[in-house]
Design a protein around this ligand. Structure first.
Ligand code: THU
Length: 128
């Protein structure tokens, strides 16, 4: 499937602008191409009880399921300037669940798949 990385970064930047991050003042946006061709996005949503913060990737995964499911093919995560951001460890796990080894993440060195982003990741296969 053709991946328009620039369009994904634009979409992630649009999502970042919806971020609710009054505590950290660190807005994050993420966008993904799904296996059926649709593009989804998410932003971080913070809470006065700081530890309850939902990362942008969490919002993305909720959107994935609510909009019909499917597999994540390609993901771009951005900061407040629209520059590429490295997803936190927990979010790598969230992404891995719905994209597996072949999911590609845009990094400053170009797209990298999840075998690089989350080496020897724990996933659904390990529950068998
Ligand atoms: N954040 C994300 O949304 N995703 C990440 O992968 C890294 C961190 C958010 C959480 C919090 O709202 C802010 O960035 C600062 O940590």
């Amino acid at each position: 499937m053709e991946i328009d990385w620039k369009a994904l970064q634009v979409k992630a930047t649009e999502a970042m602008k919806k971020s609710y991050s009054p505590y950290s003042k660190f807005p994050v946006g993420v966008a993904a191409l799904v296996s059926d061709g649709r593009v989804i996005s998410g932003c971080n949503v913070e809470n006065a009880s700081y530890g309850l913060t939902l990362c942008a990737e969490c919002s993305l995964v909720s959107e994935l399921i609510m909009s019909g499911g499917g597999r994540l093919i390609a993901v771009v995560c951005v900061d407040k300037d629209g520059n590429l951001l490295s997803p936190c460890g927990r979010c790598r796990q969230l992404l891995y669940e719905h994209g597996g080894d072949s999911l590609e993440l845009l990094t400053p060195e170009g797209p990298k798949n999840m075998t690089v982003i989350l080496p020897w990741g724990f996933g659904p296969k390990d529950l068998n």
